[in-house]
Design a protein around this ligand. Structure first.
Ligand SMILES: [Zn+2]
Length: 274
């Protein structure tokens, strides 16, 4: 077990004792870089004061069932991509993009399993084809798998209809092959780039276009604190949260989800699939 994982687990354990008011700071046991074989008791000294908490954990807004505020600028249009869940109860959704990845998908799966959270993995087809065992693991754990194109072309809105169709069809094929025949019913465009051609290809393939409404831009590794802050301060009933398990080092995402997900559950949110 590596040190980062230990830190994340420590964070989760410590969160259970956090006061649930205001911007509660939690204190993590400092991780030292002493020699691996040294027993803490062998060198134990009274600690003068704990290290400053590395992160603060905002208290999420208490959800009001059936009251689902929207984000300015993110308008839900008929036939357009879905930014929100249908407004019902305190439902929210977590979506995980750009995998599967052998380094990060299992770690994300472990966090989701710890809190019994169903998520939607928007998979890149060529990643699914390269790691069919991970596709099967995600499906086997009860998560949805959405089509996120075959090669993740960020310029998809400028591709021709045959090019878009090929991206969509190859990804669905790869995911179905790896998951024992499950064809995706949801499509997420790379970078949230939508065009009439992309929407038409999505509809022709029998899929619904899926977007998001809470985006901490974890792909840009903005820091665990930033990811936690955005998730916990922006989430409202109906929110669709965007995170990533591929295309880079996702340790911040793993750590942030370990902190934020139990807080959302404690606040009364209920995770569903779009
Ligand atoms: Zn993506």
């Amino acid at each position: 077990m590596n040190r980062r994982l230990l830190l994340a687990m420590g964070a989760v354990a410590l969160l259970g004792g956090c006061a649930d008011s205001g911007k509660a700071a939690w204190r993590a046991a400092p991780v030292t870089s002493g020699s691996p074989g040294a027993s803490p008791s062998a060198t134990a000294q009274p600690s003068p004061s704990p290290s400053p908490s590395p992160w603060t954990v905002p208290t999420p807004a208490r959800p009001t069932p059936g009251v689902c505020p929207t984000v300015p600028g993110l308008v839900q249009r008929p036939g357009g991509p879905q930014h929100y869940l249908p407004c019902s109860g305190t439902n929210i959704a977590l979506t995980i993009d750009d995998g599967p990845d052998p380094g990060w998908t299992p770690k994300i799966l472990a966090v989701l399993a710890r809190y019994h959270i169903p998520a939607t993995f928007c998979m890149i087809g060529r990643q699914a084809a390269a790691h069919p065992n991970l596709v099967a693991a995600v499906a086997g754990a009860g998560h949805h798998i959405a089509n996120h194109t075959f090669t993740h072309p960020l310029e998809i809105a400028r591709l021709t209809p045959p090019q878009v169709r090929e991206e969509v069809e190859r990804a669905s094929e790869a995911i179905a092959t790896a998951s024992g025949g499950r064809r995706p019913s949801l499509f997420r465009s790379p970078g949230g780039a939508w065009s009439p051609t992309v929407l038409a290809a999505c509809a022709d393939a029998g899929m619904r276009p899926l977007d998001w409404s809470v985006d901490p831009r974890d792909w840009s590794t903005p820091g665990t604190q930033h990811i936690v802050d955005v998730i916990l301060t922006k989430t409202r009933p109906g929110s669709i949260i965007l995170e990533h398990d591929g295309n880079g080092n996702r340790q911040q995402t793993v750590d942030a989800l370990s902190i934020a997900l139990p807080r959302l559950i404690d606040a009364g949110y209920h995770f569903v699939q779009p």
